[in-house]
Design a protein around this ligand. Structure first.
Ligand code: GDP
Length: 374
């Protein structure tokens, strides 16, 4: 599944948030086949009410949601790109995730030391961005060096095709290097498709989407905008083309310890109607440009994760590579049409079930039945 890495300076609430995410996931484990796989990795279901509606209509034996994997990446301090703290080990963990959640401390608490002496979201965000920028710059310089040498050595024997690829990569590297030197992330650089593909293998850290998680005191939950630190994070996120979610890690941790009937009451006493975790998980999912389609039958109803723009055979390939190879067509009905008709059979009778071919771009919420050769 998709991986989101939780990062942030020490004492901002990362572990508190991670543990709440995992405990919450465990509480749902009776219904969902998920668990903690490593001490710092937890898998959680993406909440989706449509799943249960479909599963009810199809009288499915079980409902299987899409999932996101959260990784607690501790150890980022100023100087990490120069090898301070866990340094490069930390950065290599970030290289493996699809998106970054940076917890930013917005709560005041004199008992909990802030590494810089005071709560200062702008400085926290700058420190981490700078480490990521330094690490990418370093990698780009190494790669440019390598390309220079490689080309000098055997450019004659190279195919036209690979020379073209190399030119695309060089162009991309130069553009990104310039942006990084201006302190801007690689994701802010405009690249064409060839350039974008050519640098994928580098897994640049500043290419990954970031969500800023403003960690607020419980008293701020009802009206986060009244906390000036939160407004600062909102402005930073918009400057950096990133997402933002407000959460109280402490409240989320406390919620996991309450029986479910008391949770609603506790949340109401804080002036909110739902836990922030659902919002965090959904934001992570949508920031990655992900879409959901469903398969639904008596055995199970299942949510599948695809990237926006995937064709029907590619979407089938998410289930099994044989489905993609042997793809013939996909019987498809939009979620709303399925619900209005009440079943796949009824949707077929009403002519709402379409037969889609290999060029069909799967839409959010499609319910699909694949026909394929084996
Ligand atoms: P990490 O170093 O970023 O993983 O931070 P921790 O999750 O270990 O939290 C550091 C300290 O801050 C712990 O004592 C937490 O209980 C506390 N803490 C975390 N979130 C909040 C919060 O929202 N409000 C308050 N007052 N304390 C918090």
């Amino acid at each position: 599944s998709l991986r989101a890495g939780i990062v942030g300076l020490p004492n901002v609430g990362k572990s508190t948030l991670f543990n709440a995410v995992v405990e919450n996931g465990k509480a749902q484990a009776a219904n969902f086949p998920f668990c903690t796989i490593e001490p710092n990795v937890g898998i959680v279901a993406v909440p989706d009410p449509r799943l249960h509606v479909l599963s009810g209509l199809s009288k499915s034996q079980k409902a299987v949601p899409a999932s996101v994997e959260f990784v607690d990446i501790a150890g980022l301090v100023k100087g990490a790109s120069q090898g301070e703290g866990l340094g490069n080990k930390f950065l290599s963990h970030i290289r493996e995730v699809d998106s970054i959640l940076q917890v930013v401390r917005c709560f005041e608490d004199n008992d909990i030391v802030h590494v810089n002496g005071k709560v200062d979201p702008k400085s926290d965000v700058d420190v981490i961005n700078l480490e990521l920028v330094f690490s990418d710059l370093d990698q780009i310089e190494k790669r440019m060096e390598k390309l220079k040498k490689g080309k000098a050595k055997d450019s004659q024997s190279k195919l036209k095709h690979s020379l073209f690829k190399e030119d695309a990569e060089k162009a991309a590297l130069e553009k990104i290097q310039q942006a990084l030197m201006d302190g801007k992330p690689a994701r802010s650089v405009t690249l064409n498709d060839f350039e974008r593909d050519s640098i994928k293998h580098l897994c640049l850290l500043t290419m990954k989407p970031i969500i800023y998680v403003a960690n607020v005191a419980e008293s701020d939950l009802a009206d986060p905008g009244s906390n000036p630190h939160v407004n600062e994070v909102i402005n930073l996120a918009s400057d950096l083309q990133s997402g933002i979610v407000t959460i109280s890690a402490q409240v989320e941790a406390e919620l996991t310890e309450l029986p479910s009937e008391e949770r609603v009451e506790y949340l109401a006493s804080l002036g909110v109607s739902e836990s922030g975790l659902g919002n965090l998980i959904r934001s992570t999912y949508s920031l990655l440009g992900l879409r959901t389609y469903f398969t639904s039958g008596e055995k199970e109803t299942k949510a599948w994760t695809i990237r926006a723009g995937m064709t029907a055979p590619q979407a089938a390939g998410v289930i099994h590579s044989d489905f993609e190879k042997g793809f013939i067509r996909a019987e498809t009905v939009a979620y709303d049409d399925f619900v209005a008709a009440g079943s796949l059979a009824a949707a077929r009778e009403k002519g709402l079930l379409r037969s889609e071919g290999k060029d069909y771009i799967v839409q959010e919420g499609d319910v699909m039945l694949f026909r394929f050769n084996v």
